[in-house]
Design a protein around this ligand. Structure first.
Ligand SMILES: Nc1ncnc2c1ncn2[C@@H]1O[C@H](COP(=O)(O)OP(=O)(O)OP(=O)(O)O)[C@@H](O)[C@H]1O
Length: 988
């Protein structure tokens, strides 16, 4: 065990901490005003055996009285520290990426900035839109999110840097720690934000930060005698710390040379500088690590090939093959001896190399090398996307000029910039194998990060609530509350484990949320926004970086605290790394597209596990003991959670695919149903046609139509029968036939019908029929027209045919009353005509039709205009021309009999009928009227126009035959009847 440092020594050094600047205080005050929670007032924390990591940021407060156990000497420092370390919310900035090039041309962005701090996110609801393909139903259609600031797409890199990162740079130069990380889905602009683009003026926040730091400390750089180690430790520098690997190993360069150029021109140099305390000397150290597949690697370690370049003869074209090995680095708890005044249970990456840089150019070159290594090891196989979390840490070691030789006066502050891997889900990328594992680990670390924030928030709320309650009750003991706080699961991901000290109050934290509002993953971006919203509700208590005060006893050693450097990172020790993870990356550059010769290489990457901890190595995690069982359970929970997550993703994918399949099947079935209905209706229509033909035939056969005229010449034939206007026998929908209806009829017969109950009925070109309405007949009486020609009657023929026809309503044979006919036909005689004195309705049951009540509307009735000449025949029957008032005066009981009487009056002489013409109703009426007005009703031959006989058949609400067809039928029937009559006559 390491001996504990003497705490009393802290008193004198505390004065070295700079007072917080006005700017910092202002920002803190602002953050406090926006804090919805009451500020907790609590005593200083006491060390517990297993300390919840939330303790510090929840209970530390300016008004907290010092605990009994603390040395009195620390009071002044604590108080001073507390003054500047009030709680403040994590800052969350939103950066909206602009649309680049031709991508998503048709799409509109789903993010609309409403103000400087709010943004509206609305779900693109168009189901045809590919962006909604994987939309989760749980995602709200529209939400408003609030950020510390919203940066619209046109924000340039300079403005963005100044508003988000420059304050952190100033903090770090003043001795405070800062963390900034970019969060977002793939292709949302994270790397662009951190590192920048290739054009001039597009340098990201990282190179700009380096510029500002070096601009600010110009002339104030120290000699770099001491180097930072671990989180807060100091050690004597070694020569190697000044000789960073500035280029890849020759072997690697040969393979990667064409791919990466480290000598890219440095377009942008940020001219800004901030004010620093000029009594200090500053030394800048840089490290670059990545978390890949839940392991931490050093990106600045020398990458050495184990076998040299060799030509792999198995590969076509003799591709070069290179085996690279690297070893994962462990995370170790920061020893309390490094930082006696801090309770922060932070962890450091053991073995991570740090290099001292003396200019911004050197620093940028180092970063570029790290980026190259990052690509080599993590992302070459997937050039499109960063698959690891990159962490650049800039450490500033500053010491007072007057205490150059006293390492205990040194203060270390850190600025860590993290470029997180894309948070896309595996279901989007359909990844498998290594990629699936990679994606799973990325998601795991991001999920744990979210969980940590969530737990911190709920812990803070609990503490705040209980404190406000206890303040009311007059008690000030939060021990019970603290015991009940949930443990923040930092240790369940390497990412959160490496950054945990920031979240528990070791510096300010800034989250930059990058969103591409044209991206296909609306739901993903929605999760990202929720993450940011959650982060804004977490409060941290940033503390100034502590001052190093442990005496150094020699290089690599401090008093009682051995610093152990790991061996070379390429070390292959089967005992240490029995199961190295290995993968191959095929690199191919050049080709016809680039106009360069094709170069191929196979890069084999071997990743070895972390070295086990030495037995004699101190475990400084005593403040944060690990119960193996609890830890195993945590891991198990995490594993299960990950599995659940993956399963959910898979099931979401399957669901989306199944939905698509079902949709396709449904569409196919609908199409078939449509065809079937169409066929069925067509055949129904044909059957009705046949039946109608048969009825007309029957009429003719019975002699009611087209029978030979007794005594020779037919009395009236108005025009040629083929003239369309003169003959109409059509099927109508509502008793008001017009040309439109006829057109529809033609269309319908051409295209087939779509039934009303078909789901595609709305696609029909005409409205579907509402119900099956049986044919109904209306006998409409027209004004009588005096017919000078006596029409002979043939009662014998009529009585012969009386029982033959089924639907003979318009032409009741003489001698048969209408009521009899109605009875014969199973018909029902209504007295509707009494209402207006114009109509007598005879509703007959159709052969195949049920008679629904709704069908009894006058509109749906078949009207047959009976020749008025019949009523004006020389028959002694009284003329049927009742007025409304007269009709109403008639007792109801006599209506039926009167109707029967009327029918007798209207009895159709079959010769009359045979000589009748079918003419359009309106035209006939016009002619009839004109014939009444003047005596021109006689045609050239001296024949009078016959009154109109108009029969209209109805099938539901549709036409099922066109006028031509009816004409043809009528014509054929008449011809046939005429022939039959002649034959009969000849027979006689
Ligand atoms: N604000 C911006 N202005 C112009 N171009 C941008 C902007 N943000 C991003 N881009 C461009 O968008 C593309 C994707 O950006 P970038 O590589 O930074 O995404 P990413 O989120 O880091 O992706 P990944 O997680 O896969 O690494 C790049 O071509 C980048 O240059």
């Amino acid at each position: 065990m390491t001996s504990k440092p003497i705490r009393a020594s802290t008193r004198t050094k505390a004065s070295a901490i700079p007072a917080p600047t006005t700017r910092t205080t202002r920002r803190t005050a602002k953050a406090i005003t926006s804090d919805p929670e009451p500020t907790p007032v609590a005593p200083a924390p006491k060390k517990s055996t297993r300390k919840p990591t939330i303790v510090k940021d929840t209970v530390q407060n300016a008004s907290a009285p010092p605990s009994k156990g603390k040395a009195k000497a620390t009071t002044s420092r604590k108080t001073k520290q507390a003054e500047s370390t009030e709680r403040e919310a994590i800052m969350a900035y939103l950066r909206i990426r602009p649309r680049i090039g031709e991508e998503y041309q048709a799409a509109s962005p789903y993010l609309t900035p409403l103000s400087d701090t709010t943004v509206n996110m609305s779900n693109p609801l168009d189901p045809q839109d590919s962006r909604t393909k994987y939309r989760f139903s749980s995602v709200p259609p529209a939400s408003i999110y609030t950020f510390s600031h919203v940066f619209p797409p046109k924000t340039n890199q300079v403005d963005f840097f100044k508003k988000t990162t420059l304050p952190l740079v100033q903090d770090v130069l003043e001795g405070q720690n800062g963390l900034l990380f970019t969060y977002g889905v793939t292709n949302s602009g994270k790397t662009y934000t951190v590192q920048g683009g290739k054009e001039a003026g597009t340098a990201g926040i990282l190179p700009r930060s380096l510029d500002v730091i070096f601009n600010s400390i110009e002339g104030l750089q120290g000699d770099g005698r001491y180097r930072p180690v671990r989180l807060y430790g100091i050690d004597l520098a070694e020569d190697a710390d000044f000789a960073p690997p500035i280029a890849p190993e020759p072997a690697l360069a040969e393979v990667l040379g064409p791919l990466e150029s480290l000598a890219e021109p440095n377009f942008d140099i940020e001219p800004t500088s901030v004010k620093v305390d000029r009594n200090y000397e500053y030394n800048i150290w840089i490290s670059y690590a990545e978390v890949y597949n839940e392991k931490v690697y050093d990106l600045l370690a020398s990458v050495k090939d184990d076998s040299g370049i060799r030509t792999d003869t198995r590969k076509a074209g003799g591709a070069k093959s290179l085996l690279l090995t690297r070893q994962a680095l462990p995370l170790r708890p920061s020893p309390p001896s490094d930082n006696v005044d801090s309770d922060t249970p932070g962890k450091y990456i053991a073995g991570l190399r740090q290099f001292r840089v003396q200019s911004a150019e050197d620093a940028k070159a180092l970063i570029k090398l790290g980026q190259l290594h990052r690509r080599v090891f993590g992302t070459l196989a997937n050039r499109e996307s960063s698959r690891s979390h990159g962490m650049v840490c800039i450490k500033i070691v500053r010491g007072h000029k007057g205490e150059r030789d006293d390492p205990t006066s040194l203060q270390i502050s850190r600025l860590t910039l993290v470029d997180l891997a894309g948070s896309e889900r595996t279901k989007h990328t359909h990844t498998t194998g290594d990629r699936l594992k990679e994606a799973g680990n990325i998601n795991k670390s991001l999920m744990v990060l979210g969980q940590c924030l969530e737990v911190m928030r709920s812990n803070q709320r609990r503490v705040a609530m209980s404190l406000s309650q206890e303040t009311k009750d007059g008690r000030m003991d939060t021990r019970d509350v603290k015991k009940g706080l949930a443990i923040v699961p930092f240790r369940h991901s390497k990412l959160t484990e490496a950054l945990m000290d920031y979240f528990v109050g070791d510096g300010r934290t800034v989250i930059i949320v990058n969103v591409n509002p044209y991206d296909t993953g609306y739901d993903e971006n929605s999760h990202v926004m929720k993450f940011a919203a959650l982060a804004r509700e977490v409060f941290i208590t940033p503390a100034p970086a502590p001052v190093q005060r442990v005496p150094i006893v020699g290089p690599g050693k401090t008093q009682g605290n051995k610093i152990k450097q790991l061996g070379p990172l390429t070390l292959k020790d089967p005992e240490i790394a029995p199961y190295p993870y290995s993968r191959k990356v095929h690199i191919s550059v050049g080709g016809p597209q680039t106009g360069k010769a094709v170069k191929q290489a196979v890069l084999e990457v071997r990743e070895e596990d972390e070295p086990p901890q030495d037995e004699d190595e101190d475990d400084h995690d005593e403040d944060f003991p690990i119960n193996p069982l609890v830890d195993a359970l945590f891991d198990e929970v995490e594993n299960l959670r990950l599995q659940l997550f993956e399963a959910e993703m898979r099931s979401a994918l399957v669901e989306a695919e199944t939905r698509e399949e079902v949709m396709r099947e449904m569409e196919e079935r609908m199409r078939k149903m449509e065809e079937m209905y169409s066929r069925r209706l067509r055949s129904e229509w044909e059957q009705h046609e046949l039946k109608t033909d048969a009825k007309i035939d029957m009429l003719h056969q019975s002699g009611l139509f087209g029978s030979p005229v007794k005594g020779g010449k037919r009395p009236v034939i108005e025009d040629d029968i083929s003239e369309e206007e003169d003959v109409e026998m059509s099927l109508i929908e509502s008793g008001e036939p017009d040309s439109e209806d006829e057109e529809m009829l033609t269309d319908a017969s051409d295209d087939g019908f779509i039934p009303s109950n078909s789901p595609l009925a709305h696609k029909a070109r005409f409205p579907p029929r509402k119900s099956s309405i049986p044919p109904q007949a209306i006998i409409e009486k027209r004004p009588s027209i005096p017919n000078p020609l006596p029409l002979p009657s043939d009662n014998e023929d009529a009585s012969e045919t009386e029982t033959e026809g089924e639907d003979i309503v318009s032409a009741a044979p003489s001698g048969t009353t209408a009521s009899e006919l109605a009875n014969d036909e199973g018909s029902e005689v209504t007295d509707d005509f009494e209402e207006d004195g114009e109509y007598a309705e005879l509703t007959s049951e159709g052969e195949e039709w049920e008679d629904p009540p709704a069908a009894k509307t006058p509109k749906a009735k078949k009207k047959v205009i009976v020749s008025p000449s019949l009523s004006s025949s020389p028959s002694p029957q009284p003329k049927r021309r009742a007025t409304k008032s007269q009709s109403k005066a008639t007792p109801k009981t006599s209506r039926v009999s009167r109707l029967a009487q009327d029918m007798d009056d209207l009895r159709i002489n079959r010769d009359d009928v045979a000589n009748s013409m079918f003419v359009p109703r309106k035209k006939a009426l016009r002619r009839s009227e004109s014939s009444v007005d003047d005596d021109d009703s006689q045609d050239e031959d001296g024949a009078f126009e016959l009154p109109v006989v108009k029969k209209k058949r109805q099938l539901g609400k549709r036409f099922i035959a066109n006028e031509d067809e009816i004409n043809k039928m009528a014509y054929a029937t008449e011809k046939k009847a005429a022939r039959t009559g002649e034959i009969k006559r000849q027979g006689k």
